[in-house]
Design a protein around this ligand. Structure first.
Ligand SMILES: [Zn+2]
Length: 296
């Protein structure tokens, strides 16, 4: 079912997490996607959280706008000029204050769409001030129920307070009780935990996705964790427009830059970037039960 994704000899990367609906791409979204394809990115998972549930559908709209748009009908798949796009939908931890029945019904409807392959990013964020922790947990649990019924893997955002593991501890309690039994798995997006959190995530059958912060000079601890994660449990992502990899830290990020994170990850794992591309694409396809993905 899962095949290695190639265009010619090039193994394509998948950016497993990008906010393509960001207004920061309003002026150059198509050019940005072309740059991604030229950089070897064969697919992008567009994250559907917007600024809140009212904008949860935007990633799906972008998928539909660009998928199938080629330079002409009937082009061989390998000649597609844009990455294939997938979407997610979810209510971000700090907007769970808006997770009322209408928002959850909207989420359920979006997860029924074939392009919407994941529920997320959802989770717990105790780092920033925002939604009370009990509201975040309740919002997470309700979304887990919806994702389970729609059989969609989840994309988890988890950020504890500095120097603490509070959000992780609460997250694993929730996932053990409400998610493990589904067997659907998910992704620890923009992983920033230590080895203990990585190990517990792997035990839940999750993939661990590394973002541009893996490339930062002070991130040796994170690289040490990445070194220990089995290659068949890895993904790479940009979290664009945020978290641009070195040397563009602080600038606008975009899916093309995922190649740099993949390069650093290859160095950490002692493999080639082609091997990282092949493994992460295979892992993504396995989690989301996808067939061959080549471009748009
Ligand atoms: Zn994100």
């Amino acid at each position: 079912m899962v095949e290695l994704q190639t265009v010619g000899d090039l193994v394509l990367l998948i950016d497993s997490h990008a906010h393509l609906d960001s207004p920061r791409y309003a002026d150059d979204r198509e050019a940005m996607l072309r740059r991604a394809f030229e950089a070897g990115v064969g697919a992008v998972l567009a994250i559907g959280i917007g600024e809140g549930p009212a904008e949860m559908h935007q990633a799906l709209e972008i998928c539909r706008e660009f998928n199938g748009r080629t330079d002409g009908d009937g082009l061989p798949r390998g000649k597609a000029r844009l990455p294939r796009l997938f979407a997610s939908a979810g209510i971000y931890p700090h907007t769970t204050t808006e997770a009322d029945d209408a928002a959850l019904e909207k989420l359920d409807g979006l997860l029924a769409e074939p392009e919407v392959i994941a529920c997320g990013e959802i989770g717990l964020d105790y780092y920033h001030e925002g939604a009370p922790h009990d509201v975040q947990r309740a919002g997470l649990i309700r979304q887990l129920e919806i994702a389970a019924a729609r059989k969609r893997p989840i994309l988890i955002h988890c950020r504890p307070k500095d120097g603490a593991t509070d959000a992780w501890d609460d997250l694993f309690v929730v996932l053990d009780k409400h998610w493990r039994r589904t067997g659907l798995g998910g992704v620890m997006h923009c992983f920033g935990g230590g080895w203990d959190e990585a190990r517990r995530s792997l035990d839940l059958g999750f993939l661990i996705s590394f973002a541009g912060n893996l490339t930062y000079s002070k991130a040796q601890g994170l690289r040490d964790v990445a070194e220990q994660v089995p290659i068949d449990s890895l993904l790479v992502e940009t979290d664009a427009p945020w978290l641009a990899p070195a040397p563009d830290r602080g600038k606008r990020n975009e899916p093309a830059f995922v190649a740099r994170t993949a390069g650093v990850l290859a160095g950490v794992k002692g493999v080639t970037v082609e091997e990282i591309a092949a493994a992460t694409t295979k892992n993504f396809s396995r989690l989301f039960r996808l067939g061959p993905i080549v471009g748009n």
